[in-house]
Design a protein around this ligand. Sequence first.
Ligand SMILES: C[S@@+](CC[C@H](N)C(=O)[O-])C[C@H]1O[C@@H](n2cnc3c(N)ncnc32)[C@H](O)[C@@H]1O
Ligand code: SF4
Length: 399
Amino acid sequence: MSKTYCTAPFVHMNIANDGNVTPCCTSTRSFGNSKRQSLSDIWSGDQMEQFREEILGGKQVEGCEICYQLEDSGADSFRLRWNRSFILKYIQDPKLRSDTPLCIHVHFSNICNLKCRMCWHGSSSSWFNDAKKLNLTVSDKALITSDGAQRMVDQLDPFIDKAVEFYFAGGEPLMMHQHYELLQRLIDRGRTDAIIGYNSNMTLLHLKDWDVIELWKQFKSVNVAISIDEVDERTPYLREGSDFETIRNNAMRIKREAPNVYIRVSPTITLLNIFNITNLLKRIVSEGICRYEDITLNIVQEPKYYNIRLLPLAHKKEIDRRVAAFIKAENLPALMIKWLKDVTSYMNAEDWSHRLGEFYEFNQKIDSIRSESFVDVFSNESYMLELFELASQQSEAVT
Ligand SMILES: C[S@@+](CC[C@H](N)C(=O)[O-])C[C@H]1O[C@@H](n2cnc3c(N)ncnc32)[C@H](O)[C@@H]1O
Ligand code: SF4
């Protein structure tokens, strides 16, 4: 197998909030849209077949740059994870596509109750009004949906019998009625053996009459990755509309009532939380939300103004120091150490500190729209205050 081979297009389909079908959630290649074509036609259609051929050609393919960049910096990539998860486990011949996708990632819409700083209107309906003020909307309506003339739940129906896994993100999947309808359909069709996966902000567990825990109890295997990026009063600054207490209480309710649900935590790493990363990890574990083994770190690459590569050298050194001290002091599993090393090696791979002014300008605009203050939120973190000062000077020098 070549060094660039990826199994995703042979086993998997990703349906974005707007109905765009891509090989995975990080690739920019598109094979069609669920609003205009059936998912079955897209799966066996020319565009997806051509992409598979390109992959088998053994060279890097257009649209998958994020994976190649992550690998170049020594970090793990989605491509590597796809290959580890599927080859030989569910398919014997990596060159042949399955009849219907085995793993389906579906983003029914961008409906979301939060407007996290590093997120955007395309993934969150709540971002719409702020995005309008910033000229960053991606449609003229807050809600973007993948439902077309044929409802997405019906489009997915032909895949139900063979699918190994359904994964839901968004938007916030636990706010999406289509997601509850699909779970009910899987239950009615006796497919409670299908693996159900999520990324969720974990701020709610109900929609209308549905209680997601009651549905989850009926499945053999449910994996929930909870997004937690900060603790206590910094939480709503990064993930506006959420609070740490609610997330923790909801996670605890799942643990009590649905032991078949496997909880992971997936912090999204930006310039706003990298300084507190070790405290964040400690709190997640000490609150009993999950173990170190069950934490995965998600590095923000775009938008660039929140990318950790923007940090000046002295700040990066301090982060390296904090991470090294944490690794030395805690009895961490090898996987957690690897995640931390991946993050620091990604951070140190390139120096983008000349772009710090961009961070300042964007963050100030958001602060002003939301009547929030970076300096107040990070008043007890001298490195963050110094960073703010440097970024502000750089922005002034440019303007
Ligand atoms: C878009 S959200 C959708 C699911 C759910 N609303 C949540 O927050 O978990 C999926 C994941 O992407 C992360 N995310 C948000 N903005 C990102 C960005 N710019 N780059 C990388 N990941 C991002 C979120 O923190 C979350 O863990
Ligand atoms: S909760 Fe998820 S989808 Fe909603 S704004 Fe935050 S990261 Fe984006």
